[in-house]
Design a protein around this ligand. Sequence first.
Ligand SMILES: *Cc1c(COP(=O)(O)O)cnc(C)c1O
Length: 400
Amino acid sequence: MSHRSGRHFLQIPGPTNVPDRVLRAIDHPTIDHRGPDFAELTRQILPGLRKVFKTAGPVVIYPASGTGAWEAALVNTLSPGDRVLMFETGHFAALWHEMAKRLGLEPEFISGDWRTGADPEAIGQRLREDTEGSVKAVCVVHNETSTGVTSRIGEIRKAIDNAGHPALLMVDTISSLASIDYRHDDWGVDVTVAGSQKGLMLPPGLSFNAISQKALKAAEGARLPRSYWDWRPILAANENGFFGYTPATNLLYGLREALAMLLEEGLDNVFARHQLHAAATRAAVEAWGLEVLASNPREYSGSLTAVVMPEGHDADAFRKTVLDRFDMSLGAGLGKLKGRVFRIGHLGDFNDLMLAGTLSGVEMGLSLAGVPHRKGGVQAAFDVLTGAGGSAAATADAGR
Ligand SMILES: *Cc1c(COP(=O)(O)O)cnc(C)c1O
């Protein structure tokens, strides 16, 4: 491999670009995780972490990828054979569903079209039919990273309440936390699952469970086997600033810095920045004459945009052209979308000029790969970024 000058553009929807401040924070000697300095580090992190999840309750940190935190949510709260209601928003929902089956749960999968979010109506209806209360949990992916569709968690909460159903609500926010408005407490979520390598701007390697009082209570009676993922010893050790096993010390330095950056910018500003970049990206796609995969404007994702390839053109061949020529990584189509879509990640440590560079690479790549399109996508994005665009800018407020 020869040296490539300039910065690589990592525009997949996670892992995302790690800012220099976070890299510098990680670049420190590892300390004794049973010593006083470490306890102080934990005490600095946990309150900021609660602010980002918008919860007053506990947040558990695992040295694991997001998949580990999925497993933790299930094994801490459920028992063998428990019925779980899940919604097929896309590839990640399908993987979580598969995991639930392997763990010995009885997941029901409400089928979806991979272009829309979890339907509050369908969830409410299924729960109203469940008069004997056999469904123990509803599991939803907030931002489906394979499709660029954001489900409406507040409305799903209302649907569960209107059905008068006691099921726990568990939400995967791995690609939405710290990018798209999310409210663990306000939306009555029982377990929120998150990961470090997307909106939190860290390298891969940490994942999280934010836990409600109701979920803590469920954990007392849950009978799925759990050991490494068990919340209780971790929460007990956290009381004094420690962990039950060796934590990912250097990633925690990075987390402290990332939380500081998010709170300096202000979460509302972080969310607005993501919505603007998403709107500008959609304006570009529309100007190219291509199609955004998400079909409901109320569910457009703030963190990524999946673009449908014209019939007869392979998205992976296009992505290869962009990588070889411009040193930019775009997200692949996952599962049944393989080769049919490419995904533009616009989340994490990202700004207007990075987006302009990203969209320029896509527009030039479309030309080089011989994909039929119109010119002017980048210009349309500029108009949204500068407020000169009419209709597209208005949709910046629509997605959530
Ligand atoms: C990335 C992602 C995952 C998987 O997380 P890993 O860290 O790869 O284990 C799960 N769900 C969603 C929505 C994701 O975006």
